[in-house]
Write a protein that binds this ligand. Structure first.
Ligand code: NAD
Length: 292
């Protein structure tokens, strides 16, 4: 018998419904809906799709979401000026700068522009202040993808206390914050990466395995302990151009067996990520309201 599916689509829909009364309350009390500003610099087809989905989801759930475009030729200073203008705009609760910024802006453009976002409006959770607050387990805006994974585990009541959680990937936006969220749920956490020796042997000791690598079908049955939970963060295209994760889904699902859980791609982490953006925007708007 194959493992059970962690249905990100269904949980995301439910979570969005749960946010609706909070959006309505903010709109009533503040006299305006929660505001989300999305900055898109240059032309990058995948970013166009991501941004369109983010705006559509926020709008469909009662937020006022506005896209701010900058041309391919924009400079870092122009991006910084836009972010500062949004920071000073009382109708904007959340600011998201879509990555990647145009290469012409320079290697340090992303860190400079992300760092310029007001931490209270940083709905991507990338600002060093929010990263630090997460590490210290203080209230913070947390990066949407790891927050979506943790929420999926919480909602499905997957036990984490005292369990061994292995995260493959150490990026600032997925792997590291994911490890923190698992640690804060009392898991014993191992972070693996491209230099890890004997990765499959470490993964076979995992009760919870999070794959955030960016390589199609990288996680095979050889990595699996029967009964474990596998979260697939990867978004890749296979040789036929079909969307797929980092996990070789069908054989891994079989190897996990009926006691195991696995998140599919698509329909797992993706819808949770976009819902966490909505959730962070609502959190940010509620905090703004409490301050005023
Ligand atoms: P990244 O490239 O920044 O990091 C990849 C990590 O994988 C690195 O830390 C690297 O050490 C590790 N890695 C690479 N090769 C490895 C190997 N052979 N063995 C072990 N570890 C290895 O990528 P990222 O931004 O963290 O994203 C990871 C994946 O998640 C990508 O497929 C990305 O598209 C996807 N992603 C999905 C969502 C979502 O909403 N579902 C959001 C963000 C990223």
């Amino acid at each position: 018998m194959p493992a059970r599916r962690l249905d990100g689509t269904a949980w995301a829909e439910r979570l969005r419904r749960e946010l609706e009364p909070r959006v309505a309350a903010i709109t009533r009390h503040a006299g305006r809906p929660p505001g989300l500003a999305v900055v898109l610099a240059g032309t990058h087809p995948p970013s166009e799709i991501y941004v369109r989905n983010k705006i559509a989801t926020a709008t469909a759930h009662g937020c006022h979401a506005v896209l701010h475009r900058l041309p391919d030729t924009a400079t870092v200073d122009e991006a910084l000026a836009l972010v500062r203008q949004l920071n000073a705009d009382d109708s904007v609760d959340g600011i998201l700068v879509q990555s990647p910024l145009p290469a012409a802006m320079g290697a340090d453009a992303e860190s400079r522009v992300f760092d310029a976002v007001d931490p209270a409006r940083d709905v991507d959770g990338f600002h060093p202040v929010n990263v630090g607050r997460l590490v210290q387990k203080r209230p913070a805006l947390v990066a949407c993808t790891p927050l979506g994974c943790a929420t999926l585990l919480d909602r499905e009541d997957i036990p984490l206390r005292g369990r061994h959680a292995v995260v493959i990937g150490r990026s600032d936006i997925v792997g590291k914050p994911m490890a923190m969220l698992l640690l804060h749920r009392d898991a014993t956490v191992t972070i693996c990466h491209s230099r890890t020796v004997d990765l499959p042997a470490i993964c076979r000791t995992a009760d919870v395995l999070v794959a955030a690598i960016g390589r199609p079908g990288f996680v095979t049955p050889d990595f699996i302990k029967p009964g474990a939970t596998v979260i697939d963060v990867g978004i890749n295209r296979d040789e036929a151009g079909k969307l797929c994760g980092d996990v070789d889904f069908a054989p891994v699902r079989e190897a996990l067996g009926p006691e195991g859980w696995i998140s599919p791609v698509p329909g797992g982490v993706g819808p949770m990520t976009i819902t966490m953006l909505l959730s962070n925007t609502v959190d940010a708007a509620e905090r703004t309201e409490q301050r005023t």
